[in-house]
Design a binder for this molecule. Sequence first.
Ligand code: CMP
Length: 383
Amino acid sequence: MTLRTRIYGLLDPESHGHAARQVRTVEVMLILVGISSVSAGTVASLPPGARAVAAFITGIVAVLFFFEYLTRLWVAPENPHLHLVSAGRSRFKWVLSAEGIIDLLAVIPALAMAYGSARLGAESASMFVLVWVLKLATHAPGVGLIARVFHNERSALAAAAALFAIVLFSAATIAHWLEGEHQQEHFGSIPASLWWAVVTLTTTGYGDAVPLSPAGRVLGGVVMLCGISVLALLAGILATGFSAEVRRREFVRIWELVAQVPFFSEVGAIAISDIVDRLRSRSYPAGATVIKKGAAGDSMFFIVSGEVEVFIGERVKKLVDGDFFGEMALLDRKPRSADVVTGTACTMLVLNVADFYQLAGQQPKLISAIEAEAKRRREGDTE
Ligand code: CMP
């Protein structure tokens, strides 16, 4: 693996490794610090010293963004979406991509500082705070998810928007008929009534335009109820879309991790999808206690990467990627038999006790293999 591949792995928003997540956290923190310092710089009542510090921090953040931009440009040929024949063409495509443009705009304060005074940099930074917010959107985990949910649910959202428009225009038209004569200013035309219709339909209710006739008030009540229904419909569409997309992503992620555990390789595709649905991934730093001797057994673990140490009396048994542990308490329905501590940073797949017993009924071969290993371990322990 070349240095460029490794750095791309750290910067790729889709990589789930421990280091990549740390890099993303640092990046998001940096953006937040940048946005805060730029915002602080615009507060006129702040003492000059504090504003100078804010400008200095803004400058540092902008310079760091500049180096980040150069690094992303360098590693662009590693991006599978830009995998073109020549590295130059991949980089060119990245520069013209939405991410490339946002990242370039985000470094303009740094470039301004390089060519002009520090003051110029801080001032242009205040203009580019919007771009930094966008940058946050491209790097913060979950923002891509929102975009995806809107894309997936576009037809349902369009139907809800159409319903919204139908109620809106009907309400504005009827309000114009009912109130237009007496309240020229607010209901004199359909466009003028639209403001009341929007304010009422979204249940905001500023109260600047109010129907006065009894029929107008009945209409207002009906529009408010329609508004609540349409908003509930929108919330429902988005909530369902979110949960479906999160499940889909999690499935793909766990599927990839399961492929790294040879233990699962003999299970057929249908059974694997059943198992993948029940597994959750969890990362641990080195030195973390995963299992405490004597505790109740609530789950078992498959090591995807890293090493753990099992403390059996005086002996220490090392388990590595591909191994599993925590099965004995579940099989014997007894407390944990040993302490298990991570030797290195680990990524594990966790199967909770309820899913373990369900799986035992559905995948007897898999559980027999786990039982056989547990038996072997127990015999080894009693030797
Ligand atoms: P459990 O008893 O649930 O919790 C401690 C775990 O340590 C245990 O399950 C096994 O997975 C693991 N363990 C215990 N003894 C050994 C051993 N001799 N070799 C490997 N792993 C063990």
